[in-house]
Design a protein around this ligand. Structure first.
Ligand code: HEC
Length: 114
């Protein structure tokens, strides 16, 4: 009986000891696409217009801002604006990633505009 108990005990210990390793290595960070950046960082404010943020895809809220051009939008995103912290909280984002995230938020140019 003692031998069986010992063997069982060992099996449990070994089983547990292996568990963390079997989770594997965390894959190297892939370059985030604009959509990923948007979902992770910008969505929280821009999806519902929190703190006065222009809502994603709502033409009326973006019309004036789009007139400034992408480089101006990028600039205000990088420095922060009103209730938006610098880089919209994505401190590690490159300019290209921020531009993609902004493009993801802009409304499609719908024919509905007057
Ligand atoms: C904490 C909330 C918050 C987060 C997170 C956030 N924003 Fe904003 N954003 C705002 C607010 C509020 C405004 C409006 C600022 C104003 O007009 O004073 C704004 C405005 C903007 C504008 C318009 C700037 C202009 O010049 O008119 C752009 C572009 C923008 N955000 C992009 C982004 C991007 C890209 C991200 C994610 C990387 C992001 N925001 C994340 C709150 C946020």
């Amino acid at each position: 009986m003692r031998i069986i108990g010992f063997a069982l005990c060992c099996a449990l210990v070994v089983g547990c000891a292996e568990a963390p390793e079997s989770e594997g290595e965390v894959p190297a960070a892939e370059p985030a696409t604009g959509e990923m950046v948007y979902t992770r960082f910008c969505f929280s404010c821009h999806a519902a217009g929190i703190a006065g943020a222009p809502e994603t895809g709502v033409f009326d809220e973006w019309a004036d801002r789009m007139e400034k051009g992408m480089s101006a939008l990028l600039q205000s995103t990088k420095t922060g604006m009103g209730g938006m912290p610098p880089k919209g909280l994505c401190a590690q984002c490159s300019d290209a990633q921020l531009i993609e995230a902004i493009e993801h938020m802009l409304p499609e140019q719908q024919g509905a505009a007057p």
